[in-house]
Design a protein around this ligand. Structure first.
Ligand code: NDP
Ligand code: 8X3
Length: 252
């Protein structure tokens, strides 16, 4: 049966790969992100290729009133959101706490933590009303282990871990599944964003080993949504085989 899936951060990486796999499986999509041309290009492509309905919603997840307006303005045909993939997020910088760029901290807290909360706050009441739904939060190994210079990014992902548990408890009476998928190193635009466009630094992160690809995580996200009504995946930590912990990577 075709479902309605809202994916944040669908313009690249894990979110984009999720859009592809849900589209291939004939679900209708609400795709979110800030880069409007990329979002519309992807929406048109998936709509034509898979004969599904796709709505492109470009807003900044950090802006509470933009998020609220975008969700509240959804027409009736889009209000039955079955699956929410809370994926949008970023790391900005990698440095010790005493030299931290406060603007970077604000960016990460506003996107990974507050943005995820805003979306959830405006989408979850529609799920509660229908007594069904599935929320999938993209956490990270950084939400399990704090690593050198990862400070605020790690803190936001620990917060995602905590909020996933909180959502599962609060939404339990309403038959809503809540899952967390927590990846290790995935080769996406993530490091390019973290290092502010420094392509060499970004490439070094994935050098000498086989990192996860966005599709590996999208496969797991999709699988999580295919289980019978009485089965929920609470939490999955998915790592590249060559990565044993946040900082232990076997490079050739
Ligand atoms: P990408 O940089 O490739 O994708 C990030 C996505 O988030 C983009 O689509 C971007 O869209 C969107 N986004 C970022 N900020 C905002 C914002 N303020 N408003 C709306 N959308 C926003 O990285 P990944 O695919 O790797 O990251 C996806 C998630 O996975 C993140 O939460 C990240 O923390 C997590 N993760 C990543 C890992 C990795 O190694 N890559 C490992 C573990 C977790 P746009 O710029 O168009 O707004
Ligand atoms: C992204 C993975 O290890 O770079 O969340 O923090 S890591």
């Amino acid at each position: 049966m075709s479902k309605t899936v809202l994916i944040t951060g669908a313009t690249s990486g894990i979110g984009k790969a999720c859009a592809h796999i849900f589209a291939r499986n004939h679900h209708n999509l609400i795709l979110c992100g800030r880069r409007s041309p990329l979002l519309h290009q992807l929406s048109d492509e998936l709509e034509k290729k898979h004969k599904i309905k796709v709505l492109a919603l470009d807003f900044d997840i950090r802006k509470r009133f933009e998020v609220e307006k975008s969700i509240n303005m959804l027409k009736d045909e889009w209000r039955n959101i079955d699956i929410l993939v809370n994926n949008a997020g970023l790391a900005a910088g990698l440095g010790p706490i005493h030299e931290g760029e406060i603007d970077d901290w604000e960016k990460m807290i506003d996107s990974n933590l507050k943005g995820l909360l805003y979306i959830t706050r405006f989408v979850s009441p529609m799920m509660v009303e229908r007594n069904q739904g599935h929320i999938i939060n993209i956490g990270s190994v950084a939400g399990r282990e704090t690593y050198l210079n990862g400070n605020v990014y790690c803190a936001t992902k620990y917060a995602v871990d905590s909020l996933t548990k909180a959502m599962r408890i609060d939404l339990l009476p309403y038959n809503i599944k809540v899952s967390q998928i927590a990846p290790g190193a995935v080769e996406t635009e993530f490091s390019l964003v973290r290092f502010k466009g420094d392509a060499e630094k970004a490439a070094n992160v994935y050098k000498g080993f086989h990192p996860l690809q966005a599709e590996d995580i999208a496969d797991a996200v999709y699988y999580t949504t295919t289980l019978p009504p009485h089965v929920n995946i609470n939490d999955l930590l998915i790592m590249p085989t060559a990565q044993a912990s946040a900082t232990n990577i076997m490079r050739k």
